[in-house]
Every structure is written in structure tokens, then in C-alpha cells.
Design a protein around this ligand. Structure first.
Ligand SMILES: C[S@@+](CC[C@H](N)C(=O)[O-])C[C@H]1O[C@@H](n2cnc3c(N)ncnc32)[C@H](O)[C@@H]1O
Length: 212
């Protein structure tokens, strides 16, 4: 692999699992970039978080959405899972007061740990990391079991690969909706935020009655 390709791969990896100084820089970039902030604020608004909700965010990165979620779940709990130590540190610093009050808990953990939770959450958010989960179909089935009947999940994607367009967003949204349906979620619908490229938020609910 040439130097340029290796450099690009290293940069991309910093957004998949930020580490070291490069990871800290990637975290600051994600926290400050206006489109990231807009995307996260919009997604949290669509989730319809209530004051007493127990909310999970997977892949919280620098913790911008965690702050917005905690503001809404004022008498509830926000739990975050991210597999990057650097992101856990940055997000903890960004949400220090709520962490100290016990309203926010940020864990070094992965989407593969979803099986540890059963009927725990009212709402779940994942922004720009669903495409990074190993075996996403299995993860979605585990997620279904982790959410209360009638709970809601929001899976949000803004493609960041070079050359991504509205068509890329459309395809990702359609595929995510199909995967959620296949895993057993109901009332699956898509919302679009017209940034460049557009953001898709796929919303879905867990059925009141479980089939298994
Ligand atoms: C591109 S960043 C997005 C961060 C944040 N959600 C945002 O929109 O600003 C992806 C984040 O997801 C985390 N991540 C990726 N795969 C993960 C997995 N399998 N389990 C937990 N976290 C994961 C990464 O460590 C990183 O913090």
C-alpha cells in the first residue's frame, strides 16, 4: 500500500476507534464540526426522550449527544457505550457534572456487549457507527431484547466517505430500515436532514408483544 493510502486508512481508523494523539484530534474535530453538532441535536430531538427515560447511546464519540440526551432525561439515566478509551475520557470531561450526579454513565464497552442488557432501555441512539458494528444483524436482534416493549431506537447515518451523495444516504437509510425490520422492530420510518451529504435517521419501535 502506498504512503497516501496508508495515511488515509490511518485517518479513517481514527473515526472507527480513536486512539492516541490522532484520536484526541479526531474527537475534537467531531465535537466542534457544525454539521456533527446539528446532526446529533436533530437526532436526539427525533428520539422523543422523556424526563424519566433510561436511554442508551452506542458509539457516543466525544459525547455531544450524551449532553443533549441528559438534558432531556433530567430524572432518568443515560448510559453510553464506546470502545475507545480516548472517547470515554473526552465524553466524560464534556459531561462531568451529570456523571458526578449519577445521571450519566459512560462505559468502555462495545456494541457486542448488548447481550448484557435485557428489557433495560426506553430509547436507544447510535449516530454514525452502525456501519462499524460487527455482525450488525445479530447486534440488532440483541438490541431488540435490550429495549422495553414499545421503546424506540434511532440509527443515524451521514456518510463521510469521499464522493458520498444524497443517493448514498438514501441507500444506507433503505438498507438500515430493512435490517431493523428483519430483526423484529416495527413502525420503521426514515427522516432526512438536508445537510451535505444528507443525514438519515431510521426510527423504529419494539413490539408490545415479543414473539420469542
Ligand atoms: C464516527 S464516530 C461518531 C461519534 C458520535 N456518535 C458522533 O456522531 O459525533 C464513531 C464512534 O463510534 C465508536 N464505535 C465504533 N464501533 C463501535 C462498536 N462496535 N462499539 C462501540 N463503539 C463503537 C467509535 O469509537 C467512535 O467513537
Amino acid at each position: 500500500m502506498g504512503v497516501r493510502k496508508r495515511l488515509m486508512a490511518a485517518i479513517v481508523f481514527q473515526f472507527h476507534r480513536p486512539h492516541g494523539l490522532g484520536g484526541r484530534l479526531a474527537g475534537w474535530e467531531m465535537a466542534l464540526r457544525p454539521s456533527n453538532r446539528k446532526r446529533n441535536r436533530w437526532a436526539v430531538g427525533l428520539l422523543g426522550v422523556q424526563p424519566r427515560d433510561c436511554v442508551l447511546e452506542i458509539g457516543f464519540g466525544p459525547g455531544f449527544a450524551i449532553r443533549e440526551l441528559a438534558r432531556r432525561a433530567s430524572d432518568g439515566l443515560v448510559l453510553g457505550l464506546d470502545h475507545s478509551e480516548v472517547m470515554v475520557r473526552q465524553a466524560t470531561a464534556r459531561n462531568r457534572a451529570a456523571v458526578e450526579q449519577g445521571r450519566v454513565e459512560l462505559r468502555l464497552a462495545s456494541a457486542v456487549d448488548l447481550d448484557d442488557f435485557s428489557d433495560t432501555f426506553d430509547k436507544v441512539l447510535a449516530v454514525n457507527n452502525f456501519g462499524m458494528w460487527p455482525d450488525p444483524q445479530l447486534r440488532l436482534r440483541e438490541l431488540l431484547g435490550a429495549v422495553h416493549p414499545g421503546g424506540r431506537v434511532a440509527i443515524v447515518s451521514q456518510p463521510r466517505s469521499p464522493g458520498a451523495t444524497a443517493a448514498t444516504t438514501e441507500r444506507i437509510g433503505r438498507e438500515t430500515a430493512e435490517q431493523l425490520q428483519e430483526a423484529g422492530f416495527i413502525n420503521v420510518r426514515r427522516e432526512i436532514l438536508p445537510l451535505r451529504p444528507p443525514v438519515v435517521c431510521v426510527l423504529a419501535e419494539t413490539p408490545e408483544e415479543r414473539t420469542q
